[in-house]
Design a protein around this ligand. Sequence first.
Ligand code: PGA
Ligand code: ZN
Length: 424
Amino acid sequence: MAKITKVTSDQILDSRGIPTLKATVFLDDNSIGTASAPSGTSVGLKEAKELRDGDHSQYNGMGVLKAIENVKTVINDSLLNKDSLNQEVVDNTMIRLDGTNDKSKLGANAIVAVSLANAVASAASLNVPLYKHLNRLFRNYLPTQDIKMPRPMLNLINGGKHAKGGLDFQEFMIVAHGFPAFVDSYRAGMDVFTILKNVLLDKNIKIEYGAEGGYAIDLTRNRDAIENLREAINKSKYNYGGQVGISLDIAANTFYRDGTYSVRDINKLLTPLEMSEFLSNLTEEFKLISLEDPLYEEDWEGWRNIISRTKSKTKIISDDFSTTNVSRLKKIINAKAANGVIIKTNQVGTLTEAFKFVALAKENNFTTIVSHRSGETLDTFISDLAVSFGADYLKSGAPNQPERIAKYQRLIQIENELKEHGTA
Ligand code: PGA
Ligand code: ZN
């Protein structure tokens, strides 16, 4: 038992220069835990809702002072004297207090920061690394789960809402999956990132940077970006496909309108079936490892179609489509509409709900990918989270900005710790 004595919060800025909140949980044995809420730019319709001030005299209305006030008052009052080690009770208390389906009353940003900070405080109280504490919590939902290092997915070319005026597809990632250790995969990713810059500059392609640290470039087709990425991998010392492959986050919500998709590669609007045919051809040609949000989040026909075309060779990953939400995932499983999921705790609001979602995904043999958001802080909770339930991948952007690098560095630190103790 470790009683919560105080919960508080401060406003900080995220990597986009937009306010977010950092929460701190204090325990009666003097342990302290802090965590901050990340924030998305391309947000799924079914995500839990952030609370923003809407006061345009400050930060364009994006301040989070009301959410902070909620932490300091009602959330603090309801959690006083609760046992921090019982994460489920802590999370359920906040869910009940909020009372809405989408956490819009107190703010999902307020709730998630406190939920994660509570887990950090518990780990401090137990004097165990965070990933170990999270593994113990996760075993309440999947008792056989061991800790395991994920592999990195590095977003080297940014498009969609993450790069103004850039490509339609949101993320052109490389997956360094053919290495025994995380640190080697990360180094390979960094090598390809450097080579890619020269590949682009040699063709006089103007480079800017997107929200997740990758190159933001303007090309005639989305396909050309994949081609450049493949060229960079082929120019590296790594083997294309075997050691380093390509994954895409299409984030199709952003260019879907009234039943059709508009992509610069093809000079007409595409129906769901044409869109899934276009994508499955790319998948075949580039031997893509995974395809995230290939279709609009309510285009069930399109999702079922692409999965039947790609069989199980390329994983079809659901992000905005599932929003870390158990009831959405049940529907997706029944419809056989995806075979992999993104996990973002702030899409649902609490660690407990995220763990239930992961357990369901794993029971159904889904690929699991823990993800950062485009609006990030230096918080590295997601690295420990990925290790705690043996996620297949962690995606945290390009190895280029401190808030992205921090997550990868934390994984290297965990890997070293596990090696020392003979568990990796
Ligand atoms: P977001 O993008 O954080 O802007 O939602 C990340 C993603 O779609 O994977
Ligand atoms: Zn996504």
